[in-house]
Design a protein around this ligand. Structure first.
Ligand code: HEM
Length: 364
């Protein structure tokens, strides 16, 4: 079962049409909207193995890494999950998020000013990556000047988490120790795992949303022209961009008991991979799903997850993307890709281009 990372959608379609749920070894894969939605909203599926144990298979010698990561909200089941989520939800109320708008606008302006005159820029490294790390650092009240240091460590943690061969564990353990020491002093009312979780969850995803949205708009000049002329359409465009090419293509669960999904028997303890990117292109849910249509009647999509683990930072991510894309269209109206095809990181969990070279202001 090979999936082309740079454009997984034709593969998803083939797989979904052949079987919306299929077994590969001891893991099940769900591609259809109904099946993905059913699993994510069913309490008989959780993160941890039934009967106890951790959701994260980090070897015990990496003790700090294990402690920090295994206590992330996203890896907890109720009742721990419910309690931990309610402790942190106050940071992301609509009012708290809306109050960040001027600061995000300021950061976006600074970053764009730094790249407007360059013949070639990497929109990932120079714009889409620094923005979310600075915003989340503000939310966590981390002093300016620590951003690059934080980002490097967040990336090391994430690589250990998404890689399948574990060669990133020693670097991730080092990063976990350094971040634990840092947040033990800086994070005030937040516990260390939560602070580290917010740092990692909030940056690579938003980076990829901004980068992939720029790419989608370059490939749909008619949508780009419409948004340049009518920036008030940007919030609904961002929602559609998350559905159309979401930054998190898959999430995982484990059956807590024997369950049937899509007519198939899933044994207790089995892993289930929910392919959000495929569910969001399922024609049984979305009319003409492969079309980027910013006027689509809004329907709940799976790009921010579904159910109890629904993304806590969704509102913040939407706001960052709205401000970033609006400013980009206004300040760099002649932006062009400098390389196509665009290289992708070999990762479907955190899905996006490894770089996005552009001519910021080319006049031809
Ligand atoms: C959970 C996507 C940005 C914080 C999730 C999940 C998805 C997701 C799919 C569910 C994971 C699962 O069910 O296993 C995204 C996307 C983003 C984004 C696409 C950007 C476009 C952010 C930001 C923050 C954040 C900016 C915070 C600053 C979280 C947290 C969870 C989460 C804390 C775990 C919630 C829980 O387990 O209860 N996100 N996210 N995310 N996200 Fe996001």
């Amino acid at each position: 079962m090979t999936i082309t990372v740079a454009d997984p959608y034709p593969d998803y379609r083939r797989l979904r049409e052949a079987a919306p749920v299929r077994q590969a070894g001891d893991t099940w894969w769900a591609y259809g909207w109904d099946e993905v939605n059913a699993v994510l909203t069913d309490r008989r599926f959780g993160r941890c193995p039934p009967g106890g144990g951790s959701a994260v298979p980090i070897p015990p010698q990496y003790a700090t890494l294990h402690h920090v990561v295994a206590n992330w909200l996203v890896f907890l089941d109720p009742p721990e999950h419910t309690a931990a989520r309610s402790r942190v939800a106050g940071l992301f109320t609509p009012a708290r998020v809306a109050a960040l708008r001027p600061r995000i606008e300021e950061l976006v302006d600074e970053l764009l000013a730094g790249l407007a005159d360059r013949p070639v820029a990497d929109l990932v490294a120079d714009f889409a990556a620094p923005l979310p790390i600075r915003v989340i650092a503000d939310v966590l009240e981390v002093p300016a000047g620590e951003h690059r240091w934080l980002r490097e460590r967040a990336v090391a943690l994430q690589q250990a988490n998404s890689s399948h061969h574990g060669d990133g564990y020693p670097a991730a353990e080092r990063a976990a120790r350094e971040l634990s020491a840092f947040f033990a002093i800086e994070a005030g009312h937040l516990d260390v795992p939560t602070a580290v979780h917010l740092l990692t969850a909030g940056h690579e995803t938003t980076t990829n949303l901004i980068a992939k949205s720029v790419l989608a708009l370059q490939r749909h000049p008619e949508v780009r022209a419409e948004l340049s002329a009518e920036p008030r359409l940007m919030p609904q465009a961002v929602e559609e961009l998350v559905r159309y090419d979401g930054p998190v293509q898959l999430v995982r669960r484990r059956a807590q008991q024997d369950v049937r999904i899509g007519g198939r028997h899933v044994a207790a303890g089995s892993g289930v991979v929910l392919v959000l990117g495929s569910a969001d292109r399922d024609p049984a849910r979305f009319t003409d799903p492969d079309r980027l249509d910013i006027h689509r009647t809004p329907l709940r999509h799976a790009g921010f997850g579904l159910g109890a683990h629904y993304c806590l930072g969704a509102q913040l991510a939407r706001l960052e993307a709205e401000i970033a894309l609006t400013a980009l269209l206004r300040r760099l109206p002649r932006l062009r890709l400098a390389e196509d095809p665009v290289p992708y990181a070999e990762d479907l969990v955190f899905h996006g281009p490894s770089r996005l070279l552009v001519h910021p202001s080319r006049s031809t």
